[in-house]
Each structure stands twice: as structure tokens, then as C-alpha cells.
Design a protein around this ligand. Structure first.
Ligand SMILES: *[C@@H]1O[C@H](CO)[C@@H](O)[C@H](O)[C@H]1NC(C)=O
Ligand SMILES: *[C@@H]1O[C@H](CO)[C@@H](O)[C@H](O)[C@H]1NC(C)=O
Length: 352
């Protein structure tokens, strides 16, 4: 082999090695969260909304037994995700005045319970609309740059793992609930496409802000939420299959957008983490996962309570939430969230 060819070959090999080790060192320095109550770690505590839960029995199984504003008896998926990446065991809410940018540098949550893709959904209970979550994120970027310097901040922002969980409320709190609202303007199919357009736009905006790694989840099997069973008189309080089908269809459309953006946007690592099937599997086979009850929640009667109603119905709350798939009539228990998080992790190896 000629000297020059060998030289080029050598350079080429070195380049591969360097790139390889770069990917190997792709450690996740922060977890950054957008979405609704499935991932809100306490932002709504600081809003004038009734969509709050910073009181008992919420947080009963959280470290210290404290209600934090998480719609759960314990921790949420982003907390588990953070811990499993060797970061802190709980993610602070951006609006919590107890924390500042030095805490947020390794993880921060912009999510707001009761919000959705649609601005009109956030309006229902006066919570943070998705566009505003993005505004907070931009403000966070600026603060992080001021705190760590532009270069270090950009490294964290592009290597961080972003997790997004939103969309269920657009249907259960808005489309199917507000008379004369979205359901009088859109067929359910049109409404799905309207939301998908917002989702795609949101993901593109994140990309242009330097975000690269996203674990993006679709919507829940909402027809099986205890609150939806309660109103399903037609089917003897079984799962509302119409709602489940809408969720499935919506998730199918989302996953197409995910594939498209992965193709179109260079360096974008967007993973569609499908929570629908694993949650439905748990609901259909609770015993397999160590649960005893899947059709009602733990708090109160389990059939309609969430938020303040859980507090009012406190005396009826179950004693052992680990037997329940659902904590209140809308939200899973910590044990269910842990199973879902483990499942997500298994499917997001590329982020490790
Ligand atoms: C953040 O808060 C801690 C503890 O309250 C304080 O020591 C630190 O100076 C604050 N950092 C910034 C950047 O404000
Ligand atoms: C939601 O509201 C924001 C702020 O007013 C606006 O910029 C955005 O276009 C709205 N989104 C949609 C889909 O209407």
C-alpha cells in the first residue's frame, strides 16, 4: 500500500474511533420536562387554578409523605427517569421559588396539570398553555447561559433528554366535555389533525432551539380511566372503547410525525415512547403486575374524584395504593408509573 493511501486510511480510522467514543460518552446531563399532570411535578401550585393537588392524600408515598403538587401518591415518570440516569431522584418544578438555576441545571419541569396541545384546553382550568411552557423553556435557556456560560449551557441543552407527555386532556377535559366548544367546530378526526399540527410545530420549534434527544409519548387509553368508566353507563362501566380508539388513532398519527421529523431534521433523536399499550396491558391484566384493582382509583370512592375531591373524600381513601393501578379517577399510582417508566427505559437505549 502506498504511504499516502495508508495515511488517509489511518486518519479515517481515527475519525471513526473519535466519533465512537463521543457517542459512548453521550451521557445525559439533565432531564427536561414538558406536558400535563402525568409529568407536572408542582407548577400548578403557583397558579390560580383548581387543578391542584398539593394537599393530602396526594404525596402520601412520596419521600417524607409530602404533597408536592404531583397528581399521584408518589413520584412520576420523569422522577424515575432522572434517577435511572444517575441524576437526582426528583425533578423540581420551574415555578417553585425554593429552587433556582443551579438546581434546574440538571433537570427542570415546565409541565402543567390540565393542559393540552390546544390553547383552549389550558383555558378550561386556567393553567399553562403549551406555548407558554415553551416560553418558560426559552427563559430557562437564557438563565442557564448566564449561569454556566454559553458553551457549557449549550452542551447541557443539546445533550439533555427531553420528555414530553401531553394530549389526553384535549379530549377528556375539552373535546368531549365542553359543550359548544371544539366538538361543534371539528369532527374528532379533524380535531386530531389540528392537535397533530400543533405537536409537529412544537417539536420543530424545540429542534430549532437546539433540542436533540426527545422521548415523546402519546396519549393514554383514556376510555379506561376510572372517571371515563363512571360515565360509561351504556357498557356497564366498562372501558369506553370509542375513546380508546380515538387515542389509538391519535397515537398512530403522532408516531408518523415522529418518523417524518427523524428523517427530515438532521441529528434529531426523537423516540416515540408508547405508553398506551403498556398501560392497557396493566389494566387488562392487573394481577400479572401485582395489582388487585384496575377499574376504580384509590382515593375516595375511586369513581370520580381527582384533585380537591380526593381531599374531601379522604376518609374513603384506600390504605394500600400498591394494590391499585389508579391513584385517583384519572391518574395512575406511583407503582403503575414505575412499571411504565421501566418499560420506556427499555425502549430508549439510544439515550444511554
Ligand atoms: C441558588 O440557591 C442556593 C441555595 O439557596 C444559593 O446558595 C445559590 O447562590 C443560588 N444560586 C443562584 C445562581 O442564584
Ligand atoms: C396559542 O396561543 C398563542 C399565544 O396567543 C399563539 O401564538 C398560538 O398561535 C396559539 N395556537 C394556536 C394553534 O392557535
Amino acid at each position: 500500500m502506498e504511504m499516502e493511501t495508508m495515511h488517509i486510511l489511518l486518519l479515517f480510522i481515527i475519525q471513526i474511533l473519535v466519533q465512537g467514543s463521543k457517542t459512548g460518552a453521550n451521557k445525559v446531563p439533565a432531564i427536561i420536562v414538558f406536558g400535563d399532570s402525568s409529568v407536572d411535578t408542582g407548577n400548578n401550585n403557583y397558579l390560580p387554578t383548581i387543578a391542584k393537588c398539593n394537599f393530602e392524600p396526594y404525596g402520601r408515598d412520596f419521600p417524607g409523605g409530602t404533597p408536592t403538587g404531583r397528581f399521584c401518591n408518589g413520584r412520576l415518570p420523569p422522577d424515575f427517569l432522572s434517577e435511572s440516569f444517575g441524576l437526582k431522584p426528583t425533578i423540581p418544578a420551574y415555578l417553585d421559588p425554593m429552587y433556582n438555576i443551579s438546581d434546574f441545571a440538571s433537570g427542570v419541569c415546565f409541565a402543567s396539570a390540565a393542559t393540552g396541545y390546544d390553547n383552549a384546553t389550558a383555558d378550561v382550568l386556567k393553567v399553562i398553555p403549551l406555548w407558554k411552557e415553551l416560553e418558560y423553556y426559552k427563559e430557562y435557556q437564557d438563565k442557564l447561559k448566564a449561569y454556566l456560560g454559553v458553551e457549557k449551557a449549550n452542551e447541557i441543552l443539546s445533550e439533555a433528554l427531553y420528555t414530553i407527555s401531553i394530549g389526553t386532556n384535549d379530549f377528556i377535559e375539552n373535546y368531549y366535555t365542553i359543550p359548544g366548544g371544539r366538538s361543534s367546530q371539528f369532527t374528532v378526526e379533524q380535531y386530531q389533525d389540528f392537535l397533530i399540527g400543533i405537536a409537529e410545530d412544537f417539536l420543530k420549534q424545540l429542534y430549532h432551539l437546539g433540542v436533540r434527544k426527545i422521548s415523546f409519548t402519546g396519549i393514554a387509553p383514556m376510555g379506561c380511566l376510572p372517571a371515563m368508566r363512571t360515565t360509561n353507563f351504556m357498557d356497564n362501566h366498562g372501558c369506553n372503547e370509542e375513546y380508546n380508539n380515538v387515542a389509538l388513532q391519535f397515537n398512530g398519527k403522532l408516531s408518523k410525525v415522529v418518523s417524518k421529523l427523524n428523517r427530515e431534521l438532521a441529528g434529531f433523536k426523537l423516540v416515540f415512547a408508547d405508553g398506551y399499550s403498556i398501560l392497557l396491558e396493566i389494566i387488562r391484566n392487573p394481577f400479572k403486575f401485582g395489582f388487585e384493582v384496575a377499574d376504580v382509583g384509590c382515593c375516595g370512592t375511586g369513581t370520580f374524584e381527582a384533585g380537591i375531591l380526593c381531599n374531601l373524600e379522604g376518609p374513603f381513601t384506600c390504605t394500600d395504593a400498591t394494590k391499585f393501578v389508579f391513584w385517583d379517577s384519572i391518574h395512575p399510582t406511583e407503582k403503575t408509573y414505575k412499571i411504565i417508566s421501566d418499560y420506556f427505559l427499555m425502549h430508549s437505549k439510544e439515550f444511554r
